[in-house]
Design a protein around this ligand. Sequence first.
Ligand SMILES: NC(=O)c1ccc[n+]([C@@H]2O[C@H](COP(=O)([O-])OP(=O)(O)OC[C@H]3O[C@@H](n4cnc5c(N)ncnc54)[C@H](OP(=O)(O)O)[C@@H]3O)[C@@H](O)[C@H]2O)c1
Length: 244
Amino acid sequence: MALESFAGKRALVTGGARGLGRTFAVALAYAGYSVGITYRSSPEDADRTLAELADAGAVNVGVRCDLRDPEAVSAAVEEIATDLGGLDLLVNNAGMFETSALEEITTEQWDAVFETNTRAPFLVAKAAYPYLKASHGRIVNIGSLGGIHPWATHAHYCTSKAALHMLSQTMAKAWAPEISVNCIAPGMIVKGDAPDPAYQRFADKTPMQRNGTAEDVVEALLFFATGPHFITGQLLAVDGGLGL
Ligand SMILES: NC(=O)c1ccc[n+]([C@@H]2O[C@H](COP(=O)([O-])OP(=O)(O)OC[C@H]3O[C@@H](n4cnc5c(N)ncnc54)[C@H](OP(=O)(O)O)[C@@H]3O)[C@@H](O)[C@H]2O)c1
């Protein structure tokens, strides 16, 4: 079996300046991809990440974009695809998480979460579609265990991610055979943040007896990015069994 070379492949990671998105962008750069990232409110993190991508030897580009703004999304995708000379992989990573009692969620909160977690991945994918169709590329959407299991104080988040999971399956069916589309549902992922008492509680109730790391999610991303293009429409929980 011939191993595919990733040198010269081109990836776009939304929300790539920090958090999981930064880890995805850097891992893809080391795998040989040219990488474009979008960021909104973290320009300094974006500069740091772009420097890391350069250290990895990757052609890289960063574009500031509020993914809730449809025109800004089209412009950002076009700029990144033009700079990279096309697109082979889209990672819809950017998202927002919020805690609120169900009966207290306002219309504005509901809309903001859906615009970020569900509509933005649709808009970014729609703008990237011609490039990915031309390259027979791939889309990986970052969903959530919260889109599979209900979390009482995160109704808008959970519902937006459940919708993203369905969007992933619909995209997979609509855009086959050229584009494969899969979705990762991370569970409790600790990204080197300040210790939180909740972390130990979650680790204790996770069958694998620990929380996830960014690297666990990267492994799943690299599988969908580099594994069989024939695998499409799949939802993969990376949760140590927390959802069982
Ligand atoms: N960490 C976990 O335990 C976990 C678990 C399940 C699922 N996930 C999912 O994994 C993804 C990354 O999570 P994370 O923990 O790394 O999140 P995070 O640290 O909160 O980072 C969120 C990212 O999304 C970007 N973003 C948010 N709203 C945006 C908007 N309107 N326009 C443009 N960019 C926007 C942010 O960019 P700026 O900072 O530049 O604004 C940032 O890069 C999310 O989709 C999240 O739901 C995470």
